[in-house]
Design a protein around this ligand. Structure first.
Ligand SMILES: [Zn+2]
Length: 460
């Protein structure tokens, strides 16, 4: 367990005293005219009495709880010698704990008139405690005022402004009340000790929250300081998540029309602008010549692609089939051949069937990118699935030039890949069964070919 510092323990005692006072007040039917709370810790008194310093959460929360039920003026200092509460913790044997002792009866001075009670040593309240380790570094000591001696316009960043302000202006700041009243109506605004306008929040009872969140500083969305603060938090949250940024800001400030200010900040933020910018698509390379040829015939220049597998029913089990898709690179007409497997033999049969029925073909292109889904569902290259040499031999025997496309050029290849999507889309509509028989699938492919080629659009 972590040990607690003595001042913190003394503060705990003050909290305990406050709670005890509350209980006695609540349970007692006697009318109580005045209550005085005593502590012998000057540190605790300074913490309770401080109106403009921020303390670490532990101290801040407990001071807030103390001030919920008591006023600063009710707290008095008792010299250690007169502090009866100490008696029980002393080990000296001469400590009197009898019926008449001050331990049970209270210190003697309490029976004297209040004027003769112990007085605080003059001036100890005003001694600034520079080494109070419970004190937070002052993160904001200013709120905009019209007579502000620093021109906010000269600062681009909130943190730089704060640093400068801390140097220039140790004296009190004050808030100008030129904000429009309607924006902060319902916030129960009040001006605290140093003149900062704060909201008496709806979550005031939530003692688990730090003081700054329960009593946030009210800022007008119209002020340039507000913009700076919002941008500071926006950058602190790494330019992400609007709602998280708003929640973070609300732990310190109540900014009117905050969401609007944040949106404005984001749209002006240079970092966000860079992220929003999309890369412009690269200029496409010129189309290959065979796609522009006007005086040829259909399928003079053809692209070959495969897709699949599709399932067919053979007797009582299902088998995989592939489709060889031939696309005319000039007219985008297609021809579909059913391939029984991914063997080179089957590929050569498909090419033969195609050439015999649609040919002659001058040039056949195949995309050698990794877009060929093989039997094992792994993306592979056309050249990895088939024996390129045998296909090459077959094609050159028919006077066909075979070209493997460079896969990085998007202006090639892409054309007939889109035809694959067209055919698949048609098949999705026509293929009612999951696994038709072979001849039914052939029939569907011919139908898909017809639809994609648009023959049905020819008027009668
Ligand atoms: Zn940004």
């Amino acid at each position: 367990m972590r040990t607690m510092s003595i001042p913190r323990l003394e503060l705990q005692a003050a909290v305990l005293g406050t709670r005890l006072m509350d209980t006695v007040k609540r349970e007692h039917s006697v009318a109580i005219s005045d209550i005085v709370l005593w502590t012998d810790s000057k540190t605790v008194l300074r913490w309770i009495g401080s109106t403009h310093r921020r303390y670490k959460q532990f101290v801040g929360n407990r001071v807030a709880e103390i001030l919920e039920s008591t006023k600063v003026a009710q707290w008095r200092w008792v010299p250690t010698a007169d502090n009866a509460a100490d008696d029980a913790t002393r080990s000296q044997c001469h400590v009197d704990l009898s019926q008449k002792s001050r331990w049970l009866g209270g210190p003697a001075f309490l029976r004297q008139p209040a004027g003769s009670w112990p007085q605080p040593e003059a001036g100890f309240k005003r001694v600034p405690d520079d080494n109070d380790e419970e004190e937070m570094p002052s993160e904001f000591s200013l709120v905009a005022a019209n007579d502000f001696c620093i021109s906010l316009q000269r600062f681009s960043s909130y943190s730089r402004l704060l640093r400068t302000t801390a140097w220039v202006r140790p004296r009190r700041t004050c808030w100008s009340d030129r904000h429009s009243g309607s924006d902060i109506r319902g916030l129960a605004p009040y001006i605290d000790g140093p003149g900062v306008l704060r909201a008496y929040g709806r979550v005031d009872a939530a003692l688990c929250l730090p003081y700054s969140a329960r009593r946030p500083i009210i800022l007008s969305h119209k002020h340039s300081l507000t913009e700076m603060i919002v941008h500071h938090f926006h950058a602190k949250m790494k330019h992400q998540n609007v709602d998280a940024t708003i929640a973070e800001i609300r732990t310190r400030f109540w900014i009117t029309k905050l969401r609007r200010v944040l949106r404005k900040t984001i749209s002006a933020c240079n970092v966000c602008k860079l992220h929003r910018a999309r890369a412009a698509p690269p200029i496409m390379g010129p189309l290959p010549k065979d796609r522009l040829e006007a005086n040829g015939w259909p399928f003079k220049n053809t692209g070959l692609d495969y897709f699949g597998p599709l399932l067919v029913k053979v007797s009582r089990h299902t088998e995989k089939r592939w489709v060889a898709l031939f696309t005319c690179l000039t007219t985008r007409a297609i021809h579909l051949e059913l391939a029984h497997d991914l063997s080179t033999d089957s590929c050569i049969i498909a090419i033969r069937n195609f050439v015999c029925r649609r040919g002659p073909v001058h040039r056949l292109r195949s995309d050698n990118g990794k877009n060929f889904i093989g039997a094992d569902r792994e993306a592979r290259r056309f050249g990895d699935v088939f024996e390129s040499e045998r296909i090459q031999r077959e094609l050159s025997g028919r006077g066909i030039e075979w070209v493997f496309n460079c896969p990085v050029n998007p202006s090639e290849g892409g054309g007939w890949e889109r035809m694959v999507q067209c055919v698949k889309k048609v098949l999705r509509y026509t293929l009612k069964e999951i696994a038709p028989r072979d001849h039914v699938l052939v029939s569907f492919l011919i139908e898909a070919e017809n639809i994609v080629n648009g023959y049905h659009e020819v008027p009668p």
